[in-house]
Unconditional design. Sequence first.
Length: 463
Amino acid sequence: MNNQSVLFLVLAALICAAPVAAYAGSGGDPLTTPDPSGQLRTYTPSGTIDHSNPFFQSLGSNGRSCSTCHVQQDAWGISAADVRARFDATDGTDPIFRPVDGAVSPLADVSTEKARRRAYGMLLKYGDIRIGMPIPDYAEFTLTAVDDPYHYASAQELSLFRRPLPATNLRFLTAVMWDGRETTAPFQPPMDAGVDHSTLIASLTSQARNATLGHAQAVNPPSDAVLAQIVAFEANLTTAQYKDNEAGRLDEGDAMGGPRILANQRFYVGINDPLGANPTGATFNPNVIDLFDTWGRSSNNSRRQRARAAIARGENLFNTMAITITGVAGLNDAPGMQVVHGHCSTCHNDPNVGGHSVGAPLNVGISDAGRRTPDLPLYTLTNIYTGETVQTTDPGLAMITGKWKDIGKFKGPILRGLAARAPYFHNGSAATLMDVVDFYNTRFDIGMTMQQKRDLVAFLAAL
């Protein structure tokens, strides 16, 4: 057995280990942090956050660590508000502000505070990191025009503005990165363990290695031992909203919110898949999230109970509200799927998690030309076989596969800890959860009332 195999076995044992009931306590709890909706909490098997882990150490040449872009109080991602606070506190010299990918162009002027505020504009407004990628040689399309407000992007390096994904709740992943580029192989579901840990670990290890070489500008990659420590640390994080400002603790009154219950949530690749990919053969259950059912049954009319009832109504809407899903590449382009009569839970089908239980990148239209804002580059791509053209702000999965059909496809993120990590979508184009709800309401002509929107937002913020 080689060293890599031993590493995978050790890490798999760590990830599979049954969670223990460990918290650091209430007041001053280092696992609990405030967010705009209340309190976020992270669960770890040890009940502590090991800040000696290499996850928190600068392993490159520019002062960055994993924790630079994966911040506990931001649900182990980043919020734009936090980025702005860090700029103001340091005049834009915090390690997150580095031209390599924090700026709108690696050539941007960062010589003064005013120049840095311009250079890091996408990071400050949306929490976006610039991902520089070439159009692959094997692509079915070419770049025939580019409108880049920063005068840098070309076919040799498109500028793609994307938000860092959370480094928590990783055992529920079926793809690593928005475009899946760090997914080493399709995840498969061994039924005894519940997830293919060797593939997940290999993907997370590759991601940590490449992030250190790229984002942290390391001269050499971290050692296998250091990478193993990073992966073991982040793979054991479970994070969720713990307390709501209006509804109180989210695990009271027989509710099942918070990270401790999430840490014990059953999961395997394909669980509850709506298109028949569940390896057990079980049929899809649209009632994907049932954390707050009991909150909708009380006759108490207190302010707190009214807030809890709104969350329960939002949960019910998520599971049952009828949505006629059309025009979504990755779903509606499959035979017989031109129209799918579904719900929010059709695409966010992981029980009590809200991600995809299989690798299912979709194009819901976030990077379409019609949603482009002047601060985003716009790329005109031409199909080399048909001559068809499309304009997009980010080709998404197509930058990895080279396939025309994959333009604009991205994975759906896990829907836990949302309140702590605004803005939303891969490029941060939705400033608030209400903006997310409005997008889907308009995109699929759902016809939600304002009360339904508010209830759905209350529910999403409680996850």
